[in-house]
Design a protein around this ligand. Structure first.
Ligand code: SF4
Length: 427
């Protein structure tokens, strides 16, 4: 409790009118209600799992990673992480995991959790089943197995193939797709067996259509961000990721996203940028990595004094998929394309997708790489990208920060690096 204020940092100033926290609270409240009534099973997932299948079967997907990000933003994470470390988790283990592990292992009853008003609304209901797809990091399936042991519930893990380095995302061989489809079918059988719910392909086509609509709306927003001045910055986009991560396949997400798109279009018509009124857009940067949810002010608002705004975030774009649009008449194949082929399961497209074309498309002046101290996946991705930036002589800066754990975070050092980066850009 005494520590509660120690890590407080500012929140980023947002420009869109949507109240994301309202939708987040609603999502958690409805999930808890369903759990209490036993009306819908709860399935825990790691992020970038095919949750459209859950929606098609009336199952509620819950993502402890999303929960961890919220705890980070609300400055609750350090207390939970300390519980996890007292239970033996190493200090350099993923802080998203430790946040959840600490929550399970007694952290949910900490006074600081109860004192945080928002945490009374945002409570993780216990799972009935758990699932993970091996498409991102090694920890994901282990995490879900750990949860399954703790709650004594069934677990399922799907495998994702590693693409050949020369495979292009626009031309993925059939055998990769067939393998992915077989994994999804096994997942569906698992769900039928453990929830007693029947799978219906037509219903899945509907949720895939909704998910595709959501991705398309976001792609339209990304396109509008190429305009100068950029109508919406990374401070907004990173919180909107909630809809892509947890509600892909729901009507609500589509409705909210459509409202956001309309607002962004209006801003473009009025030539209203993401920067505060009177600040001219001088620099456009791309944000690489998961944001430090505990200090979004430094990540996004701080650069405004240089007339800079984040116009592109690869982390956000990953959630709409990289391998093309989804086709509701082939829902399983579409889900394989969306979820099985993202940058950790590939090599070539991490370079092709993320950057070179974006530098011209978005008019990016440089990259701000957020090196996450407890995420090997992002830190190795950043190392690969930096080699490419060096090759093409593209400016970048690296800031060290964990996504939710501020205990080792040196805000002065980060701001100094940002100062040096923007001063160099101005020369
Ligand atoms: S190690 Fe990185 S990719 Fe894996 S769960 Fe943690 S934050 Fe996500």
């Amino acid at each position: 409790m005494a520590e509660e204020k120690k890590y407080k940092t500012g929140k980023a100033k947002k420009t869109l009118s949507v109240d994301v926290l309202k939708y987040v609270s609603k999502y958690y409240i409805e999930a808890n209600r369903a759990k209490k009534k036993g009306s819908k099973p709860i399935c825990y997932h790691t992020s970038l799992d095919p949750i459209e299948i859950d929606y098609a079967m009336g199952i509620i997907p819950m993502l402890p990673e999303n929960f961890a990000a919220i705890c980070g933003a609300l400055q609750i994470a350090p207390d939970l992480i300390e519980v996890a470390e007292q239970r033996g988790c190493p200090s350099d283990l993923c802080s998203y995991f430790k946040n959840h592990f600490g929550y399970m292992e007694g952290g949910k009853d900490l006074p600081s959790m109860k004192d945080a008003f928002d945490m009374n609304l945002i409570v993780l209901p216990d799972p009935d089943i758990v699932c993970s797809l091996r498409n991102i990091c090694r920890l994901h399936p282990i995490w879900m197995r750990q949860v399954a042991r703790f709650y004594n519930v069934p677990a399922f893990t799907m495998d994702a193939p590693q693409l050949h380095p020369k495979t292009s995302l626009s031309k993925i061989d059939d055998h990769y797709i067939e393998f992915g489809v077989s994994q999804l079918k096994d997942y569906i059988s698992f769900l039928e067996k453990h929830t007693g719910r029947k799978f219906d392909m037509e219903r899945l086509s509907e949720t895939v259509a909704l998910s595709d609509r959501l991705s398309k709306i976001f792609e339209e927003i990304y396109e509008l961000r190429k305009v100068t001045p950029c109508p919406v910055g990374g401070e907004d986009l990173n919180s909107l990721v909630f809809f892509l991560v947890t509600e892909a396949g729901s009507q609500e997400a589509v409705d909210v996203a459509q409202g956001i798109l309309d607002e962004v279009k209006d801003k473009v018509r009025r030539r209203e940028g993401a920067l505060p009124e009177g600040t001219e857009e001088a620099h456009r940067v791309s944000f690489v990595g998961i944001p430090p949810w505990h200090d979004m002010a430094t990540a996004f608002t701080y650069m405004q004094k240089y007339g800079a705004t984040s116009v592109d975030e690869i982390y956000v774009r990953a959630f709409s998929g990289f391998a093309g649009r989804m086709d509701p008449s082939h829902p399983l194949e579409s889900l394989v394309r969306k979820y099985f082929f993202i940058y950790p399961t590939t090599t070539e497209q991490a370079l092709r997708l993320i950057n070179i074309e974006d530098i011209t498309g978005y008019g990016i002046d440089g990259f701000i790489c957020w090196n996450l101290t407890t995420c090997r996946l992002i830190s190795t991705l950043i190392a690969r990208l930096k080699a490419m930036y060096d090759l093409f002589n593209i400016p970048y800066v690296t800031c060290d920060a964990d996504q939710v754990d501020p205990r080792q975070y040196n805000v002065e050092q980060v701001r100094n690096r940002l100062d040096a980066f923007f001063e160099n850009l101005e020369e």
